[in-house]
Write a protein that binds this ligand. Structure first.
Ligand code: NAP
Length: 331
């Protein structure tokens, strides 16, 4: 009997132009090689985010300035990745073949393997499912950074607006774990999920009129929906409190820029801060999220798991905008 030769090709979902899920096609390509400072990760799971569909669509147009004018520079979507190291490039001492890792990359998760900068990865604890690990870096990291921006801690009273999706469910659970008292507005389907994460109150946003809610009731508001007027959000926080703006504005060209500028103007001399968030990949936060997940304190709600062969349908689901918790694509 002869040993099987290692595979030299692999399957990926890739795009050669901006557009909806129909631009994604399955292709057979050469397996990646680990360059200097890189490792190759055999992908076990990739969690999808609204960022993946914004980049797929190049929408708003501002996205194209950062990610490629005519098509995304990284043709294979999938930023949140977990898997096993299968090759190690020159200069990498932190990882060995067989290590279980997770991280937020510039893409590549919707394929069998991806070359990743070694310093973007963190170790996944032995007993943690790689599909759970994949949910954490981008959405969990954004929720974490939003809570930091609004200075949420022990005893804080927090309102999360738009709590039902990936970032929202992490923001709620992480605020609860910080010892905050959390109220949340989310879609009707997400209400029981949010209640299960430890929120004090979870309500359908469609029936809620925030302009009529009690003023000064919160230390922090985390706005992930981006559709409530800034003055309405600000009125809800006490003097010295803050509103973290995670999302904002649906302008086809400039996206959140208009809302960010309005927030800056409204914040001049104000005692209630409106702080736009620009979250970045932070491996040290991913490591802390992985530890919370391994301890069982953080159990990300996963709405549905799809196989790699169904990745286009998974992207279409996220593209539709009604994800509850996370969507994961597994091998
Ligand atoms: N600032 C940053 O650095 C940063 C980083 C990451 C993400 N983001 C932004 O954060 C947002 C969430 O990202 P994600 O990946 O978590 O998205 P996601 O998982 O696709 O979120 C979908 C959820 O949002 C809910 N939703 C939509 N509009 C709502 C509204 N007006 N009020 C309450 N809930 C609403 C939907 O509920 P229904 O189905 O009931 O409508 C659905 O449950 C996106 O806009 C993304 O661009 C910003």
């Amino acid at each position: 009997m002869t040993a099987h030769a290692p595979a030299t090709t692999m399957t990926v979902w890739s795009q050669s132009r901006y557009g909806g899920p129909e631009v994604l096609t399955a292709a057979t390509v050469a397996r990646p090689v680990a360059g200097d400072g890189e490792v190759v990760v055999d992908v076990a799971a990739a969690a999808l985010n609204s960022a993946d569909v914004r980049i797929m669509r190049g929408d708003p147009l501002l996205v194209r300035l950062a990610f490629g004018l005519r098509r995304p520079r990284t043709a294979v979507p999938g930023r949140d990745v977990a898997g096993v190291v299968s090759a190690v490039g020159a200069g990498v001492t932190a990882w060995r073949v067989g290590d279980r890792v997770a991280g937020e990359l510039s893409g590549g998760g919707l394929g069998d393997a991806v070359a990743a900068p070694a310093d973007r990865l963190v170790a996944v604890p032995d007993d943690l499912d790689l599909a759970v690990a994949a949910t954490l870096p981008l959405a969990g990291g954004t929720g974490w950074q939003a809570l930091d921006l609004a200075r949420v801690g022990e005893g804080s009273r927090v309102l999360v607006v738009g709590a039902g999706g990936g970032v929202g469910t992490f923001a709620v659970r992480l605020a609860v774990l910080r010892g905050a008292e959390v109220d949340a507005l989310c879609g009707a389907r997400a209400v029981p999920v949010i209640a299960g994460l430890g929120a004090r109150r979870a309500e359908d946003y469609r029936g809620a009129d925030l302009a009529a809610w009690e003023a000064d009731a919160y230390d922090a508001v985390i706005d992930i929906a981006g559709s409530t007027p800034l003055r309405t959000l600000r009125r809800l926080v006490r003097a010295g409190g803050a509103v973290a703006l995670v999302s904002g504005g649906s302008n086809r060209v400039t996206g959140p820029l208009g809302r960010i500028l309005r927030a800056a103007v409204l914040s001049i001399g104000a005692r209630r801060a409106l702080r736009p968030l620009a979250a970045v990949a932070r491996p040290e936060i991913t490591a802390r999220l992985l530890a919370l997940a391994a301890s069982g304190e953080l159990v990300p709600p996963v709405e549905r798991t799809w196989s790699l062969s169904e990745a286009r349908a998974a992207m279409a689901h996220v593209d539709a905008g009604h994800t509850v918790g996370k969507v994961v694509v597994v091998r």
